[in-house]
Design a protein around this ligand. Sequence first.
Ligand SMILES: [Zn+2]
Length: 280
Amino acid sequence: MSPRLACDVSEGVWRAIQERRRVGGGSLGATVDAMLAVALDIERHTLFQVSTSAALVQGVFGGTTTVGDLRLHGDFGLGTFAGLDGELIMFEGACYRATASGALSAAPDDAEVPFAMIARFVVDSRDDIAGPLDLSALMSRIDQLRPSANLFAAIRVDGRFDALAMRAICKARPGETLLEATRHQSEFTMSDLEGSLVGFWSPEYSATVSVPGYHLHFISDDRAVGGHVLEAQGHGLSVSLHTESVLHLALPGTADFLSADLSGDHRAELSLSETEHRSD
Ligand SMILES: [Zn+2]
């Protein structure tokens, strides 16, 4: 539920809102929200991304921004920390780190980040799913909610998760690529958790910049556990979607990024890194 604003306004402001509404055709609430967002310089449908998935695949893991900077660009998202030291989850404005056991801790504003996708989450569309259903069935349902295969979408799924298989990436050894680092990631399963999936759907054409398809992290309601989701089974789920029509890509100025070869097709390696279980 979004916050409600009830207040007195001057006659002039009221006339201006009515005029804007007459032109734009939206509801009163949507019109006021859009006008305030512009006045307050809020990037409502902007996905803020730090670095590219190709750079991550190539082993560019050094911190290029901080959690504090990410929080200026949104309240919702995911990523990782410098050196691949855990999974980043931004939820309702707070930032968390999931480590090997799946235990969550608050990530301080000065924690360094090499890759992240951050949005200002506002619900554009919603659907309730009784379930139970697994992750691939859930993704199919979300497919129907998405307005287009060519827009990025932020996705939030609240509910009861009967089973979750997750991973937390663990600090990379010097010189390792993403795929090599995921070979020694920590994997864990959990059951009967209330919580939320937090993530994005990215278009296929964004493969060298983003992670095409679904990329979801989990955070429990009590903020105790989380991670990068590999498999899930849930019921009583509420799916919320926020489409992103502007992509703000912040490219690192680090020597590692500047000298990396990002020209190839990293799709297969990226897909393995994001969805594969550890090989041992
Ligand atoms: Zn992830």
